[in-house]
Design a protein around this ligand. Sequence first.
Ligand code: B12
Ligand code: SF4
Length: 526
Amino acid sequence: MLLATLPAQYARFLGTDWSTDVEVWPDGRAKFVPNGLRVIESLLLQRFPPEDVAVCYPDQLDQFVGEDTRVIGIHAHNPLGITFATDVYAGFYGRECEPINAAEFRRLVQHPAMENHREHLRVIVGGPGAWQIEHKQLQQEWRIDCLVIGEAEETALDLFERAVRGEPLPPRVECSSPRLESIPVTRHRSTFGVVEITRGCGRGCQFCSVALRGGKSIPLPQILANVRHQVAEGADHITLTTEDLFLYQQGKKFQTNRRALKEMFEAVAAVPGIRYISLTHGTIAPAVVEPEVIEDLSPVAVGYSVHRHAASTHPENRYAMMFVGLETGSVRLFKQFMKGKAYPFRPEQWPEVVLKGMQVMNRHNWFPMCTFIIGLPGETREDTRDSLDLLFALKDAKWCVIPTLFVPLEDTRLEKKEGARIARLTDLQWEFFFTCWRYNMDFFRRQRSVQWKFNMGIPLYYYTLGRRLFGSAMKYPLFRLAHFPEWCLRRKLYLDFSGRMHPRYQVSGEVEIPAEHRRPELPVLT
Ligand code: B12
Ligand code: SF4
């Protein structure tokens, strides 16, 4: 993920050659690829014989594209690097820097193997980032016959068949959410052993592209079949993929189904050959509603985790990592753009929910990776201060915090809004940004010698490049990242870590669920 944020033109100086070092089977097929592509492959295998379908990396295209090839399907996760985080971090190296993702994708679509056989083949591009190509109006230049936007289970097969018959394709197809039974069992291994457990989310955050996907849970037998297919091809690591872990087999109104979750975790862990299990996303409110769910899942989530940290109390120092979107500390913005995230709590309770949820997770050795969005539409200085206050209250948490800039993703309710620009960040937003990274640096720092070099490099960066690119608003926040003593930053920054400032928020004993949202009875795990 960090790789995606590097600028292509400097990548070779940053030692990233390993990233194109791919693993292939003796015949040149890819050993593992993104799960979405495996789904498309499974659909094709329902209609075409296995010898007619090949899944490969760009470097092996020559081996598979020839006179008989009729269609090439490309998975686009982040083809132009214009999602959260990616272009922000590449921007630090200069305005014209293109993220490595974008350069690699261009190399792929302009591959000679495709150029040489253009006359008899069609190119179809799909995946979560396909919209970016349309957004940057590159479809024609890259000679992409059809862009597929959204979930393609009920659309892809028909398009590929039309391409094979040599029929013209629509330039753009927008898909709707498939029925559960249309999602096929995947036949081969995916990167990081990604196995979907749910799809969609009904919480309705206005900036989120998956919010519009219809919610469903993949049946346990299908999950286990997918896990076994991964293991059969050498995987010992499964990533349970979901927009929100706690939606798995959920009850009414986001009621967490502890029993089903525990059963699923244990069943996956029991598949012979599995050594590691990772999680993707989850919301924080369920951990506050029922802290027991974190306790129930910890033997697998922590016990099978690949991550280790000295701050973990697990006998082997393992900790569970899950992506949690906290997004803002401003109740005003929260109410406006993402109030469903806190349910069953009220938006006004968001800071309390975050602090309590973090306490529950940390207690069980879950160290979440949390995102915040800077520059949501209409964000005022007061809103940024609110986020800083929440960040301050989390200063002793065990976590990783990733500040991102607002990107108006296509197919979201905010798609027409203006995105945040790194060059226009205010001093407070810079403070938020670099305080997050200071936390991460301190929590994950391994070698002190490396830290010193980094600290000294920061002023150098500021005076040679940073100041010119982003102005003086970044200066003192950046110096905090470089561990300048807090007493000399106190008067320049909003947060004061010198010990004189008291957090505006504190963890409460219990966060009360509003009466109107209380459920008659929560399920009891027997
Ligand atoms: C797993 C995952 C990863 C893994 C990928 C490994 C893997 N094996 O897939 C890792 C951790 C590497 C990763 C990294 C990143 N990810 Co990611 N990732 C996901 C996640 C959680 C699940 C993907 C998945 O399997 N979904 C289920 C499958 C079935 O859905 P799908 O991939 O969309 O595929 C469907 C369609 O897109 C389409 N389709 C897919 N491929 C093709 C190909 C053709 C030819 C056709 C016709 C159709 C088609 O059909 C499929 C079936 O419906 C999603 C969130 C989500 N739940 O989708 C985010 C998500 C896709 N990632 C996202 C982002 C932003 C990133 C990063 C850029 C993060 C970063 N800033 O660093 C990086 C980029 C990585 C890179 N190098 O390009 C965003 C994309 C936002 C956007 N719309 O542009 C998402 C949506 C998360 C989010 N809500 O923000 N990611
Ligand atoms: S809770 Fe997460 S997945 Fe669901 S709509 Fe909000 S941001 Fe999207």
